[in-house]
Design a protein around this ligand. Structure first.
Ligand code: PLP
Length: 361
């Protein structure tokens, strides 16, 4: 069996033990004589699988009782629409911090449903830093404030919850959920596409405070949080295989010691790369200009030479270090070092970078 070191941004690496378990159970899940993909989502077997995934997530993030967990489809991008549809109910205004291209896309969709206020932006610097937020930026009452917790493409991340003047905070945590401790009660809604740190593509997780459900009447059923809550995410056929896989990943995460343990590992992984960029390398440079804004999950860097960058990616690929090419709109390189990417993989990357540097200087 060949397994590469996979630094893909999403869909991203999954733990090998999870893939092996899924393989083992693929044709006969727990003696049912069926694959999980072949059984009714209303069967007791599948209900147990979905409940297990939900309970695992609730334990891992200590999600309070007054928050619901939804397993939806449509990706994080569908939440760019669902969120304003469901939450813009009173002032019909919302703040969107413009910290990256997903943040910008989210703001663009929200404009279909109400007034979008941009309190801060780093677009003018191609998002190479995280806009600084202060409570006075949020003086006008609004229905919520939207932030992108980790800017996957650019490699910036919030390292503390911003003070938004007691407004309801909503976070897109697609590329950082479960990577570090968070206090769910700081947020009204948290959402995440699963394909980065939870499981395969096709599943989107929404964690929503109960008082934010059902504020807007007469929404299309599939786009109404209240409908999905009432039907426990089974209004229609949910993405059963993706939920099953997410459950295995969440169980794996608990076996690793949960968020505190994975957070320590994640900090060591990021430190290895950033230390190399800051203190050892003369060829490679971090792209994010404010060091305190740098992401734990998405490490962006460049040689500042396009051709050399592309040669680096090609040679890395050939050496089994895959998917290091930066996003097409950001350029350079990006190592996505999600939970399932091991310390060993990051060590191998740093070693490879050092070798490459030696040969090219
Ligand atoms: C990947 C990503 C998205 C887009 O997710 P889809 O599930 O493809 O819609 C949105 N926001 C962030 C922060 C992301 O990393």
């Amino acid at each position: 069996m060949k397994r590469v070191y996979n630094f893909a941004a999403g869909p991203a690496a999954l733990p090998l033990s999870v893939l092996e378990k899924a393989k083992e159970e693929l044709t006969d899940l727990g003696g049912t004589g069926m694959s999980v993909m072949e059984m009714s989502h209303r069967s007791s077997t599948f209900k147990a699988i979905a409940n297990n995934a939900e309970n695992c997530l609730r334990r891992l993030l200590s999600i309070p009782e007054n928050y619901k967990i939804l397993f939806l489809q449509g990706g994080a991008s569908m939440q760019f629409d669902m969120l304003p549809m469901n939450l813009m109910h009173n002032t019909k205004k919302a703040y969107y911090v413009n910290s990256g291209s997903f943040a910008k896309k989210a703001a663009k969709e929200a404009q279909l449903f109400g007034e979008v206020i941009i309190p801060a932006s780093s677009e003018e610097a191609n998002y190479t830093y995280l806009p600084k937020l202060t409570p006075d930026m949020f003086a006008t009452p609004a229905d919520y404030v939207h932030i992108t917790y980790n800017n996957t493409i650019y490699g910036t991340e919030f390292h503390s919850v911003p003070d938004v003047n007691d407004q309801i905070l909503v976070a897109d945590m697609t590329s950082c959920i479960l990577s570090e401790p968070i206090d769910v009660s700081d947020f009204g809604v948290i959402y995440a596409g699963a394909q980065k740190n939870i499981g395969p593509a096709g599943l989107t997780v929404v964690i929503i405070r109960e008082d934010l459900i059902g504020l807007v009447p007469n929404l299309p059923s599939m786009l109404d949080y209240a409908v999905h809550v009432k039907n426990e995410s089974m209004y229609n056929t949910p993405p059963t295989f993706a939920i099953y896989m997410a459950g295995l990943v969440l169980q794996w995460l608990e076996e690793q010691g949960g968020i505190p343990a994975i957070y320590e590992i994640n900090k060591r992984k990021a430190a290895m790369l950033y230390d190399y960029l800051d203190h050892q390398s003369h060829l490679f440079h971090g792209i994010v200009t404010n060091k305190e804004d740098r992401s734990l999950m998405s490490v962006t860097f460049t040689t500042k030479d396009k051709d050399l960058d592309s040669r680096f990616c090609k040679e890395a690929e050939a050496a089994g270090l895959c998917n290091l090419k930066g996003h097409r709109i950001a350029g350079g390189m990006r190592a996505s070092i999600y939970n399932a990417v091991s310390e060993e993989a990051v060590q191998a990357l740093v070693r490879f970078m050092a070798d490459f540097e030696q040969k090219n200087s």
